[in-house]
Design a protein around this ligand. Structure first.
Ligand code: 2AM
Ligand code: CA
Length: 262
């Protein structure tokens, strides 16, 4: 299969997988969930996170038996390198929202070929909004092309999204927030990326995100003209956790020049 055939097949797989995943999640709302904590009392995993990752793996075995999985919820889904075809999945991004609010969480899945993000999907399950990006071919929301972001909009004319840990790392961000139109927080990294990618905010800054939190959103956001990097300005490598920023181009430059300094 050449790359385009792989991506066409990937779209078919994701469409089938997401229908089944959504049905499962909706059914789960009707029963009591088994919830476990991970690194701290607010770092949660539910049986739904684990089920969705396992369900995805079943689809992958059927559609692409040789591809690898890099995922949050299964100890076997860890990788040492991005060589070959690697699927990076967060079965539920925003687990705390999922548990507490039953909304504002997403399924995030990306396909990386030899380290390059080629195809990414962020699915806002409660809203039934499907964001899709394909490297070099733009991004869509529910099948409709999304407009590229503004080149002209700067910090002063933008809402900002930033978590408190990012502000602690770069205290000058407080000043950026003060001159901006205001601060917003949603609690699911992939959806916060989508808020910026669709031009509803100027930037999202976070202190500690995992590869599966950003893998798909980065592809979509870059297709729409956003800049994505570590808060230090370095490139994000998809094997390790770290800080991240996604921003409109002018907002990115202004934050770099004046506020992302110690
Ligand atoms: P999660 O729901 O998949 O854990 C919350 O602000 C956002 O940050 C969510 O996208 C959440 O993803 C992510 N997040 C929370 N704690 C994290 C951690 N310790 N490491 C990486 N990402 C984390
Ligand atoms: Ca998760």
């Amino acid at each position: 299969m050449d790359k385009q055939e792989v991506i066409q097949q990937a779209k078919r797989m994701m469409d089938e997988f997401l229908i089944e995943a959504k049905q499962y999640i909706e059914t789960s709302f009707e029963k009591e969930l088994r919830i476990e904590t991970k690194s701290n009392r607010n770092d949660l995993v539910t049986e739904v996170d684990q089920y969705i990752e396992a369900l995805f793996t079943r689809y992958l075995k059927q559609f692409f038996p040789t591809h690898k999985v890099f995922g949050e919820e299964n100890a076997e889904h860890k990788i040492e390198s991005l060589d070959g075809a690697v699927w990076i999945i967060d079965p539920i991004d925003g687990t705390l929202n999922f548990v507490e609010q039953k909304r504002d969480f997403a399924i995030s899945v990306a396909l990386y070929l030899d380290g390059i993000g080629e195809f990414g999907v962020v699915y806002d399950v409660a809203k039934d909004d499907l964001y899709r990006g394909e490297k070099g071919r733009g991004a869509t929301l529910n099948g409709q092309p999304i407009q590229k972001v503004s080149q002209k909009r700067g910090v002063e004319n933008s809402l900002l999204i930033a978590n408190l840990s990012a502000v602690k790392l770069y205290p000058k961000l407080k000043e950026a927030i003060r001159v901006s139109r205001g601060l917003r927080l949603y609690g699911a990294a992939s959806l916060e990326f989508m808020v910026v990618a669709t031009g509803r905010a100027g930037a999202y800054l976070a202190a500690n995100l995992a590869p599966w939190d950003v893998a798909a959103s980065k592809i979509i956001a870059e297709e729409l003209g956003c800049i994505v990097s570590r808060l230090s300005g370095e490139k994000i490598d998809m094997l390790h956790k770290g800080t991240s920023i996604v921003a409109l181009p002018k907002v990115y430059q202004e934050l770099r020049d004046s506020y992302l300094r110690k």
